[in-house]
Design a protein around this ligand. Structure first.
Ligand code: SF4
Length: 152
């Protein structure tokens, strides 16, 4: 019995190690100005070399672990955002990048804007800023890796 428990713990720790070192991301703009998208593109260039942390851009939600979302959620983008999220396999995480994705930002009050993306999908990490800096996004990933490593 003790041996089985230890084996399970070992498998779980290998699983978590693999998971934290292999976070494939999909990026979606639900209605922002593209400022945060440019920062995300910058993040994915060799300058920041986020592949060393296992972060890789992925085009299909079915292969992605993390949804990086920019911009406020609008009436038009609501369905698309939910579709992408629901097609991602579990476990999955959502990172709201930039003030607009957190609260609606400068677009608050518009009749077509519903607010932050947590109106539609559950958000795990918030990266403030207008635009959010690549360093702040990397800090969010470091936090996410810590959470995964500790099984949270
Ligand atoms: S937070 Fe600023 S830069 Fe990012 S989408 Fe909103 S207005 Fe644009």
């Amino acid at each position: 019995m003790k041996g089985t428990t230890r084996l399970r713990q070992t498998i779980n720790s290998i699983y978590r190690w693999a998971q934290k070192n292999s976070l494939w991301v999909i990026h979606y703009n639900s209605g922002g100005c593209n400022g945060c998208d440019i920062e995300i593109l910058d993040l994915l260039t060799p300058r920041y070399d986020v592949e060393r942390l296992g972060i890789l851009a992925e085009g299909s939600p079915r292969h992605a672990d993390v949804l990086l979302c920019t911009g406020p959620v609008t009436r038009q983008s609501k369905e698309g955002l939910w579709q992408i999220y629901s097609q991602m396999p579990s476990p999955k995480w959502v990172v709201a990048v930039g003030s607009c994705s957190i609260t609606g930002g400068v677009f608050q009050g518009s009749p077509t804007v519903l607010g932050g993306i947590d109106k539609v999908v559950p958000v795990d990490l918030y990266v403030p800023g207008c635009a959010a800096r690549p360093e702040a996004i990397i800090a969010a990933f470091v936090q996410l890796r810590e959470r995964i490593a500790h099984g949270k």
